[in-house]
Design a protein around this ligand. Structure first.
Ligand code: SIN
Length: 305
């Protein structure tokens, strides 16, 4: 029997495959296609204190090897999540990660206090300091090391639950922001959120997305994400969750070799709802074929030239 389990800080996962925020809502739709108890974990859509309708107009555009989104954090808000969505997620039989977004430090503090109170059925809070599609909070906070440090520091004492910090690649030095997350008490960093991009309609001569810009995800960003994971793995000591263009089991292995303890799958689930289940099956086959007793032994095993 191959051991697919991984440990991220104090939390054990049955396998390293987690559904990324934004690619699975709160799990309702995907649960019709996949036995969610077989997935390592599920990360909720980015949640804010109050409900948000998201950005207007066209919000998604296909690109070469990827997609742009500018959803704008559409979500039902904290109270509706606690009443309607969290009980559903709890029944899925997998680890629950809640992606926490906000306009201000005060928003993040209120969310963390509530979601991270003792006894809530939440395993991990993922601080979204990286959504590129809103004008306040998120990436505007996460774009500098000071911004990351101050935000994580402001919420750290409010909960005993693990805090993962999802960082933006739209910075000069990812290792500086990752360090800031670690120094302020973050339990892990999630690398990376989307790369800010633009698509243009040559007929209308306007951006395809009504928000003008959007976040690029999918296979196009995998090399960027891998580079950032391996760079940070060498410079920080907290665990890394890799995300960015993972489409199959080989991609997961690459991220683990680069230093990821676990991974999140986003765009692949939009293409194939059961992508995660197939990836987990193929990871088992890979481990068997390569006589690996524990998949976790791959983390950080990349040998640089
Ligand atoms: C969005 O809702 O605009 C995307 C969320 C994110 O990138 O974190």
């Amino acid at each position: 029997m191959v051991d697919l389990s991984v440990r991220v800080g104090s939390v054990d996962f049955a396998n390293p495959v987690i559904l990324a925020s934004g690619a699975c809502g709160f799990g309702r739709e995907l649960s019709e296609y996949v036995d969610m108890s077989t997935i390592g974990g599920i990360c909720s859509k980015g949640l804010t204190l109050l409900p948000r309708e998201g950005n207007p107009g066209c919000r998604v555009a296909e690109t070469a090897s990827g997609m742009l989104n500018s959803v704008g954090l559409q979500n039902p808000g904290l109270e509706a999540f606690l009443q309607n969505e969290l009980p559903f997620m709890t029944g899925l039989g997998t680890r629950i990660i809640v992606n926490v977004a906000g306009h201000s430090t005060n928003d993040y503090q209120k969310m963390v206090e509530r979601l991270g109170a003792p006894g809530t059925p939440v395993d991990v809070l993922e601080l979204n300091l990286s959504c590129p599609n809103v004008t306040e909070g998120c990436m505007t906070i996460g774009a500098t090391a000071d911004g990351v440090y101050n935000l994580v520091n402001a919420v750290r004492s409010l909960t005993d639950k693990p805090l993962w910090v999802k960082l933006t690649p739209n910075v000069t030095s990812i290792s500086e922001t990752a360090h800031a997350a670690q120094d302020a008490g973050g339990d892990a960093v999630v690398l990376i959120n989307t790369l800010l991009g633009l698509a243009i309609d040559v007929k209308t001569r306007r951006p395809v997305l009504q928000n003008n810009t959007g976040g690029l995800s999918g296979p196009a960003i995998k090399p960027v994400a891998l580079r950032m994971v391996q760079e940070c793995y060498r410079l920080i000591s907290i665990p890394i969750i890799g995300v960015g263009g993972i489409m199959n089991a080989a991609d997961v292995i690459e991220f683990m070799l680069a230093g990821a303890s676990a991974v999140e799958i986003g765009t692949a689930s939009l293409l194939h709802p059961a992508a995660c289940a197939k990836i987990i099956k193929d990871l088992t086959a890979y481990a068997e074929d390569n006589c690996l007793e524990a998949l976790s032994s791959l983390t950080g095993e990349l040998k640089l030239w």
